[in-house]
Design a protein around this ligand. Structure first.
Ligand SMILES: Nc1ncnc2c1ncn2[C@@H]1O[C@H](COP(=O)(O)OP(=O)(O)OP(=O)(O)O)[C@@H](O)[C@H]1O
Length: 252
């Protein structure tokens, strides 16, 4: 199974580099939480790595031909847009398109992948609902299910927990962690430090155009880093349920 390798990777918006000379490798089995304050470049990094934005340097994914890219990486963008009033099941089935022959229809393996994604996102009762008529959080779960149904070795998701209630946030993060356990490479931008610390195997922090920390959650989320990068202090504890990170207040 493949992952993502970025080498000397830089991205500019206009004349300014948002990201400079980043090197990052994410392999099978890793669930990487991509952290950083607003505007740090998390979305930019993922979109450029996918080949959706111009960049300098190398991305192992953007270098692939389009047909291979669609079989290699599934992408959940930050802006959840459902363009057509299709049923939930048909929308999730779109995740199988890269695997179908031109003009082909879904076979047993495709139907199994769709059913599995529906089950993992708890959407059994929504199959025949019109996707555009769902709540924001329900639509987010449908789009995550579409990405899961794509069954790619790499899953890149931009703030996947945004808009989900606590139970569905935990379900989502458990699902991502399980997908990593099964050998996928997961890259998830995430603002909730508690969810990131508890469910990700590795955290990568973007700040001022570069990676300023990269490693296991407890080694990354130090008081100094939280103060300098996020301007917060937090309670951090290792419990039998995992790492807990609770922001407490601002530091100047
Ligand atoms: N199309 C654009 N044109 C010019 N600047 C842009 C454009 N898109 C993003 N930027 C700038 O690039 C920087 C990085 O944006 P990006 O969306 O990657 O950050 P982010 O870390 O994902 O932020 P957030 O946590 O707020 O979603 C920001 O300063 C943003 O204002």
């Amino acid at each position: 199974m493949s992952g993502l390798v970025l080498t000397d990777f830089s991205v500019a918006h206009g004349p300014c580099d948002v990201l400079r000379d980043i090197s990052l490798s994410v392999g099978p089995g890793e669930c990487v939480g991509l952290l950083g304050p607003n505007g740090a470049g998390k979305t930019t990094l993922m979109r450029a790595a996918l080949g959706l934005m111009a960049h300098r340097g190398q991305s192992s994914i953007s270098a692939m031909p389009l047909s291979l890219r669609a079989k290699t990486v599934a992408w959940l963008p930050q802006t959840r847009e459902i363009a057509w009033p299709v049923t939930v099941e048909n929308l999730i089935a779109l995740g199988r398109l890269p695997h179908l022959a031109p003009g082909g229809t879904p076979g047993d393996a495709d139907k199994a992948a769709i059913d599995s994604a529906i089950a993992r996102m708890g959407l059994e009762g929504f199959r025949t609902r019109i996707a555009t008529q769902l709540s924001g959080g329900e639509q987010a779960r449908v789009l995550i299910a579409r990405a899961l149904a794509q069954a790619t070795p790499v899953l890149m998701v931009d703030e996947p927990a945004a808009g989900l209630d606590p139970a569905h946030q935990i379900t989502l993060m458990q699902t991502l962690a399980r997908e990593a356990d099964r050998g996928r490479a997961i890259i998830a931008s995430i603002h909730d430090l508690g969810l990131a610390a508890r469910f990700c195997t590795r955290l990568v922090v973007l700040w001022r155009g570069g990676i300023v920390a990269d490693g296991p959650p407890l080694s990354v989320l130090t008081p100094d880093l939280l103060a300098e990068v996020f301007h917060i202090r937090a309670h951090i504890a290792q419990t039998e349920d995992g790492v807990i990170v609770q922001p407490l207040g601002l530091v100047s």
